[in-house]
Design a protein around this ligand. Structure first.
Ligand SMILES: Nc1ncnc2c1ncn2[C@@H]1O[C@H](COP(=O)(O)OP(=O)(O)OP(=O)(O)O)[C@@H](O)[C@H]1O
Ligand SMILES: [Mg+2]
Length: 374
C-alpha cells in the first residue's frame, strides 16, 4: 500500500482524508496542532512544523508521495525529498513559483497569460514611485492567505496601508465576476477540467460569501476562462490539482488572479455536486489511477461558515437543526474547537436544478446558521 503524507492538518486535509478511505492508501499528516481538523482522520499523525526543514524532511523520507494543504511549507526539504524519489504534488518547482506572488506574476507575464498589470515593490517607500498606478492592489510576496496579504489602495493617500515588505502592486480590476476553475493533471500530463465556479465575495472580510457552480458566464467569457485556465496549467508542467482564480470585467476580458496548487475552497461543492470530487480526484492523481468524471450532477451553491464578529472561544452552531432540515443541503463542520471572527469553521453545499432555489437557500443559510461561542 502506498504511503502518502499531507503537510498541514486543516479542513482541506480533513476532506482529503474523508475521500482517502475509498482507496488503498496509508495516510500521514504533519501539523503542529494535535487537535487540528485533519488530525484524527489519518492513519498516522506526526506533530511537527511544516516550515522547518528537519521536520518536513523527516516526515517525508519514508513516504511514496506528499501533498500540501497550504503553500507555506519548507520547499528546500521538499526539493531534497523530490531528488530522493518522493513524488511531490504539485512538483517543487511549481510550488516555489506559486508560493511567491512576485514569481507567480512574472510567470504570467513571461508566458503571456492575461493578468492585471503590475510592478514589484521592495518596501513601502518604493510605492512613492508609482503614484499614477492607483487604484491598485498591494499583495505580499510571501505568506498571505484568505485575503490577509492583500490591501486595496485607492490612491497615493493610502500608501500607509501598504505592506513594508516585498510585494506586487497590481492594477485594480473593475471586477464583474470572480471565477474559479479546478483542473486535475495526472502523472502522464493528462488533464480534466471542472465546470467554472462563480465566487461572490464579502467586501469587508475579503472572504467568499457564496459561490455558484456551474457559473453563469457570457459565452465569450466561458471560452476564455477554459482556454486560459488550461493553457496556464499546461505551462506549469506539474501533476496535481489546481484552482485557477480569474476575474472578468465589463468588456469581457479575463485575467488570471492567482493559482492554488492544491485542493481549494472553490471546489468544495464537488463533494456532492460532481461525480468525482476534487478530493477524490487528487487521490486518483497521487495513486496513479485514471482521472475521474468532473461533470456536474446538479448545480450547487456553497456558503462558508465563518466565525461571527464578537465571538471568540469554544464554538457552537446556532441554527444547525433548521439548516439540517432543509432539502438537498449538506453541512460540513471542520471540527475546529475554537471560533474567532472571520475563521472558516465549515461550509454548506446546496444542490438544486433551480437557480432561484439555490440563491434563496444560500441566503437563508447565511442568516440562519451562525458560529458563536458558548
Ligand atoms: N487586481 C485586483 N483587482 C481587484 N480586486 C482584486 C485584485 N486582486 C485581488 N482582488 C480582490 O482581493 C481578493 C483576494 O485576493 P487574492 O486572491 O489575490 O488573495 P489571497 O490572499 O490569496 O486570497 P485567497 O487565499 O482567499 O484566495 C480577490 O478575491 C479579489 O476580490
Ligand atoms: Mg485568492
Amino acid at each position: 500500500m502506498k504511503k502518502i503524507g499531507i503537510l498541514g492538518g486543516g479542513q482541506l486535509g480533513r476532506m482529503l482524508l474523508q475521500a482517502a478511505v475509498n482507496y488503498p492508501v496509508e495516510t500521514f499528516v504533519m501539523e503542529n496542532d494535535p487537535e487540528a481538523p485533519a488530525a484524527h482522520l489519518c492513519h498516522h499523525f506526526i506533530k511537527g512544523d511544516i516550515t522547518r526543514h528537519e521536520d518536513v524532511y523527516a516526515f517525508g523520507k519514508n513516504l511514496d508521495a506528499l501533498t500540501i494543504e497550504i503553500e507555506h511549507v519548507n520547499t528546500d526539504a521538499l526539493e531534497k525529498l523530490e531528488m530522493e524519489g518522493v513524488k511531490i504534488y504539485p512538483n517543487v518547482r511549481t510550488l516555489k513559483l506559486i508560493k511567491n506572488k512576485i514569481y507567480q506574476k512574472e510567470f504570467y507575464r513571461e508566458h503571456q497569460i492575461p493578468t492585471s498589470d503590475f510592478v514589484v515593490t521592495e518596501n513601502r517607500e518604493a510605492l512613492r514611485l508609482y503614484n499614477d498606478f492607483f487604484p491598485a492592489v498591494h499583495k505580499l510576496a510571501n505568506g498571505g492567505y484568505d485575503g490577509r496579504g492583500v490591501q486595496i489602495i485607492n490612491s497615493e493617500n493610502e500608501i500607509e496601508k501598504c505592506f513594508d515588505a516585498p510585494a506586487v502592486l497590481e492594477k485594480k480590476i473593475d471586477i464583474r465576476q470572480e471565477i474559479s476553475v479546478i483542473i486535475a493533471v495526472g502523472n502522464a500530463g493528462e488533464t480534466v477540467i471542472y465546470p467554472p465556479v462563480d465566487m461572490v465575495f464579502d467586501q469587508n472580510l475579503n472572504l467568499l460569501s457564496y459561490q455558484i457552480s456551474p457559473a453563469e458566464l457570457p459565452e465569450k467569457v466561458f471560452w476564455k476562462v477554459e482556454a486560459i485556465a488550461l493553457s496556464v496549467i499546461k505551462k506549469l508542467q506539474s501533476p496535481g490539482i489546481f484552482a485557477i482564480e480569474m476575474f472578468s470585467d465589463a468588456e469581457e476580458n479575463v485575467y488570471v488572479n492567482e493559482i492554488a496548487p492544491r485542493v481549494h475552497n472553490s471546489g468544495h461543492h464537488t463533494i456532492e455536486g460532481n461525480y468525482s470530487s476534487q478530493f477524490d480526484m487528487l487521490w486518483r492523481v497521487m495513486l496513479d489511477y485514471p482521472l475521474g468524471n468532473t461533470q456536474t450532477i446538479l448545480p450547487s451553491a456553497l456558503v462558508n461558515l465563518i466565525g461571527e464578529e464578537g465571538h471568540k472561544g469554544v464554538a457552537v452552531y446556532d441554527g444547525l437543526h433548521q439548516v439540517l432540515s432543509m432539502e438537498n443541503t449538506f453541512v460540513h463542520l471542520y471540527g475546529k474547537k475554537e471560533t474567532r471572527p472571520g475563521r472558516k469553521m465549515g461550509h454548506v453545499t446546496i444542490l438544486s436544478s433551480e437557480k432561484q432555489d439555490l440563491l434563496y437557500k444560500a441566503n437563508k443559510i447565511r442568516r440562519t446558521l451562525r458560529v458563536l461561542n458558548v
